[in-house]
Every structure is written in structure tokens, then in C-alpha cells.
Design a protein around this ligand. Structure first.
Ligand code: ADP
Ligand code: MG
Length: 565
């Protein structure tokens, strides 16, 4: 049989998708590969098809038991003998599976990474013909990746022990350069074929809103999408319980998923959603890895996730069938605080030394910041996402809340000058809030304490509302006219581009949503009402929002705690 016959016979497909063939051919020619493809692109086939054509066994390393079960179940249903070896087996089952493996019954075996270098497994592997080690979710080897698993480091240890080096193939949906380099370095890939397929998902609409009342907005949204399947992500288990409970009371067909539920209920709820017995699942980020449900029409983030990687992965579960689908993020200042707390109290990196841990926390803060900018950018959201992952999009996609709201190009040079000037005149010692308050001429205790009321830029732009100053400073940060330190203080610093504005007459222009025209009678509602597809562009921040921003901009955990998380 050749690869096309395998594809047809076992998987029932006639053609390969973008990139699959190249990776399969490389593997079959004995070359290592790294496949970077978005969720849903079809990475599994890239190692499953060659596994059926190679002499010897393919070991697939996967981080989650549920993922292994799903895939092994699907393979067996398709008529491919496959097994998994992980902690969900009893000792008896485990030895039996190993025994069958020894007899060569399985072309494909899924193994949990921590099993690889155990005595029993090595005893098998050292005497077997291992043709390929396929590393799924390979970003787990990277400490800069969002789901670093120390046990993934055992993969290389294992490969080194083998008498004959197998082909090593690695797959991930995380496209950042750091992670990609880490995968190649840590897994010791040899001259790999690296394939990145485009990350854009044109059928997905992206929207951001910052509503006062998230639940109302969610409810309205769901009412406008009757009969559609979707996921609502919350940051915490408590959030899941609350939102799911309210939706149920309001009569929606909804179930829930988080790590606090028992195995049985989790599985049941997941299946209820997958098999359309419930339309909506409210879940934490524990839900979704490896889930293959094609008709998810919307993914609503009830809270902002911790970084763009998580966001795009979770949002990307919408529209896998290629039909139009929507990804809506409901931003609230509290989300920043909660994420900040997660970072400061992270238990994930306990095994790392102090210095590395601090580095990881710094990266996480930087990622959180970029995620937050996403919620505030006035530019095309798709473009923002693609740029984050190192691709170039166009400035205008026409299918995101920013592109669909009305833009105008505004010259903000004067505002930029004042803000940058203030950073300079106060000798680069303060966070954004102090800078904004100074330029705005606020009379707060902090301003008086730091004597910023004596600063030459004090009150220079008293007439510009603080939300506008915030938008401009975000824009300056985003475009490297200014930068902030990565520590918890997030001090604003000058960059090489700062002087262009201050001294060399560079103009700064920014695309901003037009202040919406309101017909008579609607005027009073201006602040509180936003249509479902409206972005946060032009949103006015309350004092409360501003306070929460301050947390993002560098106040410490203690203060965040006082905000009663
Ligand atoms: P990923 O791991 O990249 O997120 P999967 O391997 O889980 O994606 O595949 C996602 C879906 O795409 C699966 O339902 C799979 O059967 C389907 N798929 C993969 N390759 C093809 C193909 N060549 N033609 C049609 N469907 C495919
Ligand atoms: Mg996968």
C-alpha cells in the first residue's frame, strides 16, 4: 500500500491537506520533521500514515491521557491496532499491553513521557524495532511554552538510549520562534524538515468587548445564536459554576467542564457536548486539547486568558469545518488581576531553580501584557494575532470587530510627545499610570508623593481624557516608541524611537474607531450601550478600570489580593 491507499482505507479521505504530504514524505525518507500547524489542521495523520508504512514501531508521545485514549480508540475503530501505555492502566493491563507490543501486534503505541525511561518500558524498547518517535504537542518541552512538562525532557534521554536512532517527528500548534527553537534544540532534531502552515483562519470572526455586565452580553449573544453549538471559557472553576448555573436557570442547553469534577462527570459532560446532547459547554482551559468537534459555531471567552497562545488555541476550536464561526472575548479589568495572581502563585514551575522561575514569570507577565493589548488595540485583531505569531497579515481583514467598526486615522503626535516627554523628564522611573496622571494633571496622593506636580509636563494635556491617553500610551508601547520593564513594576522606558518623536519631528498617527454617531434620544446611552459586534475601541474606562490597570502596570501581588480575588 502507498500513502494514498492508507489515507483512503483507514481514514476515509481522498486527499491530503496542506502540508501533510510534505511531512509524510520527509518522514518516509528517514528525515526528522517539525510540523507547526494550527489546531485542527490534521497533525495526527502526519505521523499515523507513515507509521503504517514504516517497518518497525512508532511511539507517539502525548501529554494527556484523554488525548491518548481518544486517538487510540479512533485508530482501533479505523482498523489500526494501536495501544496506549500510561497510568490509567492497571499493572496487569500494562504488562499485557507490553507483551502484545513485544509480539509486534501494534504498529502505533502511545506512551506517556514519564513512562519512557522506566525499567519495564526500556526493557521492551531496547529490544524492539522503534522506527519513529512522534512527539505530539511538542511545545510541552519548552519552558517558554504555555504548558511546559518536565517529563517531556525524558524523551531525549530515552532516544539516546536506543541502539538505533529512530526518525523523530514533532508537532505543535505553537508558532513562536522561541518555542520552535526550543523544540529543535531540546529534542535534538537532526536537520529537520520544518513546515509551518499559515496560521490565519479566515472563517473565524474575532471580536472584543469590554462590557459592564458580561453576563447580560453573553446571554444576549446566545439568544441571538439559537441552535448553535459553542464553548464558553472561564478562567476559574468558580466562574464556570456561576456562569453555567445562570445559563441553566435562563433555560439554555448547557453543561460544564473543569478539573474539579470527577473523571466520570468530565467524560460524560464532554461527550454530551460532542454528541450534541447539550449545545453549550462552559469550561476552564482544561477542556479542549485534542477535542475534535467540527461544528462549534462560537467560542466566547468570558474572561481574558493568560496569553495569546492560549487564546488562539481555544478560540481556534471554533469553525473547524471551515464554515463561518465567531470568537468573542469579553474583557474585564479583573481578568488581568486574576491572571497576574496565577503567574505570581504558579505551582507549575516548582521544579525549576529560583532564577529560571523568575525568568519564566517575567515571560508570563510579558505575554499577559500582549494579551491585554489585544483587548485594547484599535488595529485589525486578526493582524494583531498573526503578527504575534510572526506572520504578516494585512492591516484590514474586514472580519473582526475593529475592522467592522468605523476607523479614522488620528494624528496623536502632540499626545505622544507629552507622554514620551514626561517619561524622559521624570527620568524613566514610573509606570504608565503615573505618567498618564501627570500629563493629565491629576491630583492624587501618588502624584504629590512623587512630586510629579512639579514635573514640567504636569497638566500639559489636562483636556485629553485619561482613556484616550491610555490608548495612546498603549499604542506607543505596542509600536516601540516606549517600552516597559518586564518585572513586576513595569516601569516605562524610552527606546531608540522615542527621540524621533521628541526631537526629530516624527509624526505619530493611529487608527481609531470613530466616536459613534448617535441619533437623537440615544445620546444618554452612549457610555453603557454597545452593539454585540462593537469593539472596545473608544470605550471609556471607569475609575475602577483604571485602578485595575494599575495592577497590570506593575503593582504587586499584595495589592492585587486586596482587590479580593
Ligand atoms: P490537530 O492535531 O492538528 O489539531 P487532528 O489531527 O486532530 O488535528 O485533525 C483534525 C481533524 O481533521 C480530524 O477530524 C481529522 O480526521 C481531520 N483530517 C485530518 N487530515 C485530513 C484530510 N487529509 N482530509 C480530511 N480531514 C482530515
Ligand atoms: Mg493534535
Amino acid at each position: 500500500m502507498d500513502k494514498y491507499q492508507i489515507l483512503k482505507k483507514y481514514f476515509g479521505y481522498d486527499t491530503f491537506r496542506d502540508g501533510q504530504e510534505l511531512l509524510i514524505d520527509s518522514i518516509l525518507s528517514g528525515r526528522d520533521v517539525l510540523g507547526i500547524m494550527p489546531t485542527g489542521a490534521g497533525k495526527s495523520l502526519c505521523y499515523q500514515v507513515p507509521a503504517m508504512l514504516m517497518d518497525g514501531i512508532t511511539l507517539v508521545i502525548s501529554p494527556l491521557i484523554s488525548l491518548m485514549k481518544d486517538q487510540v480508540g479512533a485508530l482501533n475503530q479505523a482498523g489500526i491496532h494501536a495501544a496506549f501505555l500510561n497510568s490509567s492502566l492497571t499493572v496487569g493491563q500494562y504488562y499485557k499491553a507490553l507483551d502484545y507490543a513485544r509480539q509486534g501486534r501494534y504498529p502505533i503505541i502511545y506512551v506517556a513521557p514519564e513512562r519512557l525511561v522506566t525499567e519495564e518500558f526500556l526493557d521492551f524498547a531496547l529490544h524492539a524495532d522503534i522506527a519513529m518517535v512522534a512527539v505530539d504537542e511538542a511545545h510541552c518541552v519548552s519552558q517558554w511554552g504555555q504548558d511546559f512538562r518536565p517529563s517531556y525532557l525524558k524523551i531525549v534521554e530515552f532516544i539516546k538510549k536506543l541502539p538505533k536512532r529512530p526518525v523523530v517527528s514533532a508537532f505543535t500548534a505553537t508558532a513562536t520562534k522561541e518555542v520552535r527553537d526550543d523544540i529543535m534544540d531540546i529534542l535534538l532534531l537532526e536537520d529537520p524538515e520544518v513546515l509551518t502552515t499559515g496560521f490565519d483562519r479566515p472563517n473565524l470572526y474575532f471580536g472584543v468587548q469590554a462590557p459592564k455586565n458580561k453576563y447580560e452580553v453573553l446571554k444576549n449573544y446566545l439568544e441571538m445564536h439559537p441552535g448553535e453549538c459553542g464553548i464558553v471559557y472561564c478562567l476559574t472553576r468558580k466562574g464556570v459554576e456561576e456562569v453555567c448555573g445562570k445559563l441553566r436557570e435562563d433555560g439554555f442547553s448547557v453543561t460544564r467542564y473543569h478539573a474539579g469534577l470527577g473523571d466520570g462527570e468530565r467524560k460524560r459532560n464532554q461527550d454530551d457536548f460532542i454528541y450534541d446532547r447539550y449545545q453549550i459547554i462552559v469550561a476552564t482551559n482544561a477542556f479542549g486539547m485534542g477535542i475534535d468537534k467540527s461544528n462549534v459555531r462560537f467560542v466566547v471567552h468570558y474572561n481574558m486568558p493568560k496569553n495569546m497562545e492560549s487564546y488562539y488555541q481555544e478560540a481556534g476550536r471554533a469553525g473547524r469545518d471551515g464554515e463561518p464561526a465567531e470568537c468573542i472575548l469579553l474583557y474585564g479589568g479583573q481578568d488581568v488581576v486574576t491572571n497576574q495572581l496565577f503567574i505570581d502563585n504558579s505551582q507549575d514551575n516548582r521544579e525549576l531553580d529560583q532564577v529560571t522561575r523568575e525568568m519564566v514569570a517575567e515571560r508570563d507577565r510579558e505575554r499577559l501584557r500582549k494579551m491585554t493589548y489585544y483587548c485594547f488595540t484599535n488595529e485589525c485583531l486578526r493582524d494583531y494575532i498573526l503578527r504575534y505569531f510572526g506572520e504578516y497579515g494585512e492591516n484590514y481583514c474586514g472580519n473582526c470587530s475593529n475592522c467592522l467598526s468605523q476607523f479614522e486615522t488620528v494624528d496623536v503626535t502632540e499626545t505622544a510627545k507629552a507622554l514620551i516627554g514626561c517619561v524622559k523628564s521624570s527620568r524613566q522611573r514610573y509606570g504608565t499610570t503615573v505618567i498618564i496622571d501627570t500629563v493629565h494633571g491629576a491630583n492624587t496622593a501618588k502624584i504629590r508623593n512623587y512630586r510629579m506636580d512639579e514635573n514640567p509636563n504636569y497638566g500639559e494635556l489636562a483636556k485629553v481624557p485619561t482613556y484616550r491617553l491610555r490608548q495612546v500610551i498603549n499604542y506607543l508601547l505596542l509600536n516601540e516608541y516606549l517600552t516597559v520593564t518586564n518585572d513586576e513594576y513595569a516601569v516605562v522606558k524610552l527606546t531608540a524611537k522615542s527621540e524621533d518623536v521628541l526631537a526629530h519631528g516624527a509624526q505619530v498617527t493611529m487608527k481609531m474607531a470613530k466616536e459613534q454617531e448617535h441619533t437623537s434620544g440615544e445620546k444618554k446611552e452612549k457610555k453603557s450601550r454597545k452593539g454585540p459586534a462593537a469593539g472596545v475601541t473608544g470605550a471609556e474606562f471607569t475609575e475602577e478600570d483604571e485602578k485595575l490597570f494599575e495592577v497590570l502596570r506593575g503593582l504587586r501581588t499584595e495589592i492585587a489580593r486586596e482587590e479580593k480575588v
